[in-house]
Write a new protein. Structure first.
Length: 210
């Protein structure tokens, strides 16, 4: 079964990035359709695929799946041998917890630090609520590393869905030039060296030139 992923601009759509990274981790074969965001016909085009009118959307033999977290869990079921979540029960529980916290929170970071792969400038001034959320994010990453049962440079040692979900945060921290402790700076660099992310980043930056 091949899959069809509907995404927004690679330059700006952090949620779409999560869906694409999850598919790459699963080793799934899929086609891709990009619908440019913030255009007069964006909502109309998205509504043809889903009543959510949001990206990403994954078209499958079981219907269209909306929301990156739902897409991720669907892929876990369809590709049980891909190791999308950590193998260790405790680590896997913490990975799911961390992703759910990110998925439903951190609104100050989202609102004040829009995802933009081409940005390279600090947020000035840095609102107190954003700084507080950045510190909470770094603490959450530390909790992930503490729960890891495997060695490696990703949050739970080896790459997992947790890294797919936190990749857009890593982008924000780098593109807004946030000063980080060495362990967190190293993790951001790990994301930037991830081949699946690098391919997405290159495609997103090429959108600027069009």
């Amino acid at each position: 079964m091949s899959y069809h992923l509907i995404i927004g601009d690679k330059l700006y759509s952090s949620w779409s990035l999560r869906g694409a990274l999850a598919l790459d981790l699963a080793g799934a074969t899929y086609t891709e359709e990009l619908i440019k965001l913030n255009q007069p016909d964006t909502r109309e085009r998205l509504l043809k695929h889903s009543p959510t009118a949001k990206v990403p959307l994954l078209k499958t033999e079981h219907g269209t799946i909306a929301d990156s977290l739902a897409i991720a869990e669907y892929l876990v079921e369809r590709f049980p041998d891909a190791g999308l979540w950590p193998k260790d029960i405790a680590a896997r529980a913490q990975a799911r917890s961390a992703c759910a916290q990110m998925h439903s929170g951190f609104f100050a970071i989202r609102g004040n630090m829009p995802f933009d792969l081409s940005r390279d400038a600090p947020l000035t001034p840095m609102p107190a609520e954003v700084q507080a959320e950045i510190q909470r994010m770094l603490a959450l990453w530390a909790e992930c590393r503490a729960a890891a049962a495997e060695a490696g440079p990703f949050l739970f040692g080896t790459v997992s869905l947790a890294d797919a979900f936190f990749a857009p945060i890593a982008v924000r921290l780098r593109t807004y030039q946030v000063e980080l402790p060495p362990v967190d700076a190293a993790y951001v660099e790990t994301i930037y060296q991830w081949p699946a992310f690098k391919a997405w980043q290159q495609a997103g930056l090429e959108e600027v030139a069009r």
